[in-house]
Design a protein around this ligand. Structure first.
Ligand code: URA
Length: 245
């Protein structure tokens, strides 16, 4: 069931503070999750791997998807059902980066399909965008951390080359980092999120904005209004970069 705009804004906890422009939301294009069930790489021992950075990733999407599906560079590969590469438009204006797959994402092979994903979809809808249409959604780590724990620094580092390759292939006009793990991965920063909001960072010439992770927002409802401010800031940067917003 699709929500009306008012319902979406209510869901985000931002009514009646914000007035949106009036254009109609575009219909999302068909979206195929880019994940394939993982299987051990032939010849690679299925032991507890010590995290090791992936060699610099250079291939196009099929090579990247295959490499991520077969990746055994860190211990997260051991309990995953599948690696979850990302989903969406491969020529996006927006790239949203979260932390890592949870249980539902691990089962379905698509990022942000649980409760946090519903909030993310509502945030996108409030911006008149939708999963798969000018938007790509990925994660800092591609495999589910057991018990949904925060990925460790070595795991984030092991997965970083895959994320870097995604960014290089996608060439988004704006990157939105959802929470500390994404900030750690892309900006190599470990400061408080609050201190990083409202600033324009840069990654390979692409503007980067930091905001709260949707799962955090579900537990801290008053901060939804701050997240909305962050998204409006990101949209201004996108417009300045010539993107459709
Ligand atoms: N949280 C994330 O950071 N990513 C997902 O894909 C799901 C929940």
């Amino acid at each position: 069931m699709s929500l009306s705009r008012e319902q979406m804004l209510t869901e985000m906890g931002i009514t009646p503070l914000w007035v949106l422009r009036d254009d109609k939301a575009e219909m999302p294009a068909a979206v195929l999750p880019e994940a394939t069930p993982s299987s051990p790489t032939p010849g690679v021992a299925d032991e507890s791997p010590t995290p090791a950075a992936a060699p610099e990733a250079t291939g196009d999407w099929p090579e990247l998807a295959a490499a991520v599906a077969a990746c055994r560079l860190c211990p997260l590969c051991q309990q995953r059902q599948q690696a979850v590469l990302g989903v969406g438009d491969r020529q996006p204006d927006w790239l949203f980066i979260g932390e890592g797959p949870g249980a539902e994402e691990d089962a379905r092979g698509e990022p942000f399909v649980g409760q946090a994903g519903k909030l993310l979809d509502n945030m996108l809808a409030a911006l008149d965008i939708a999963r798969g249409n000018r938007v790509y959604i990925g994660n800092a780590v591609k495999c589910r951390p057991p018990g949904n724990r925060t990925p460790e620094a070595a795991e984030i580092a092991a997965c970083r080359p895959w994320l870097e390759r995604q960014i290089a292939l996608l060439q988004p006009k704006i990157i939105v980092l959802l929470g500390k793990t994404a900030v750690h991965s892309v900006l190599h920063e470990d400061k408080s999120l609050a201190s990083q909001r409202g600033k324009r960072f840069d990654h390979a010439g692409i503007p980067v904005v930091v905001t709260y992770h949707p799962a955090y927002l579900l537990r801290n409802l008053p901060d939804k209004a701050k997240a909305w401010e962050d998204l409006l800031f990101a949209r201004r940067l996108l417009r300045a970069a010539g993107g459709q917003a």
